[in-house]
Ligand binder design. Structure first.
Ligand code: PBG
Length: 294
């Protein structure tokens, strides 16, 4: 998580996960690269004064996350950077898209904004655009705009199966969208009872030009990871989300299980289910433990 200003700040309820200013971010990335981690997903905490109804901060060339992409891509050319494409850190409503008068998110008018946000991130040095908003048609729209603007080499990592989950709480505190959020995200995120829908959503994203797909949350949805990998044989990532990570840390802090064994067993479960990549807040810890095994 990236913040304005210097140094790092703890995030209440998120254990050892912190927000980092741009100076502190360099050190984090340098240490992680030293452990063999090459891919980094950045999420900005946008100051409340820069949130608005029309979310124009999301595609400003010099917004916080774009400054971070510029700095990291210049300093660490070997790192691959993932940018979240969704409006929630920027919107006064805390939602991933624009709201209609009836309070529902308006899919189509949101697409234009997502395209502008994705292009700004690609121009700033972000290699992998990751739309996490679940609006229909955004992969095709972003892919077409990237091609037209000369970003043919940018990758699209689609959050293709993202469930309306109880496990995003610490993340929403980290980016400061929880207090803002009116209602819930069930209008555009998937119902936890559905599984065939995950395959249909993924198929659509792949046909629109997604390079990689992601399932989120991770552990409660490993059946979906297995089904997607089996059905499409494309690079399939899973996201061990903030609430899953916090549960693990809470158990460790309560002395209920061994930190190393529990952390690695969970990550192993993702791999066994067929995940090609795992997005986790515990990456540096896991990498240190894995290095000890060798
Ligand atoms: C927002 C977004 C969310 C996460 C990643 N991108 C939260 C949400 O959908 O409300 C959650 C990740 C986590 O909990 O670790 N577009």
């Amino acid at each position: 998580f990236v913040q304005e200003g210097e140094g790092s700040s703890p995030i209440p309820g998120f254990y050892d996960v912190a927000r980092h200013g741009l100076d502190a971010l360099n050190l984090q990335v340098e240490q992680a690269l030293g452990l063999g981690i090459r891919i980094f997903a950045l999420f900005p905490q946008v100051p409340a004064s820069r949130k608005s109804e029309n979310c124009e901060e999301a595609w400003r060339e010099d917004n916080l996350v774009n400054r971070a992409f510029r700095q990291l891509s210049q300093r660490f050319p070997e790192a691959l950077l993932i940018g979240d494409v969704a409006l929630d850190p920027y919107s006064a409503s805390g939602h991933d898209g624009f709201l209609r008068e009836d309070g529902q998110v308006d899919n189509d008018s949101t697409l234009d904004a997502l395209v502008k946000q994705a292009l700004a991130q690609a121009a700033a040095g972000c290699h992998i655009l990751a739309p996490s908003d679940m609006m229909d048609g955004r992969i095709g729209a972003i892919r077409a705009a990237l091609e037209a603007d000369g970003f043919q080499d940018s990758l699209l990592l689609s959050y293709s199966a993202k469930y309306a989950s109880a496990f995003y709480g610490p993340f929403r505190d980290a980016v400061g969208s929880r207090g803002q959020l009116k209602g819930d995200k069930r209008g555009y995120q998937m119902d936890p009872t559905n599984s065939a829908e995950a395959l249909r959503e993924t198929e659509m994203d792949l046909s629109e030009g997604a390079d990689l797909v992601m399932v989120k949350p991770g552990l409660p949805y490993l059946d979906i990871v297995t089904r997607i990998k089996a059905a499409f044989a494309v690079p399939t990532f899973a996201y061990q989300v903030s609430g899953e990570y916090a549960m693990l840390q809470a158990g460790i802090e309560a002395g209920l299980f061994d930190p190393r064994q529990a952390t690695l067993e969970l990550l192993l479960a993702f791999k066994r289910a067929g995940a090609d990549g795992v997005l986790t807040y515990g990456a540096t810890k896991a990498a240190r433990w894995l290095a000890e095994i060798d």
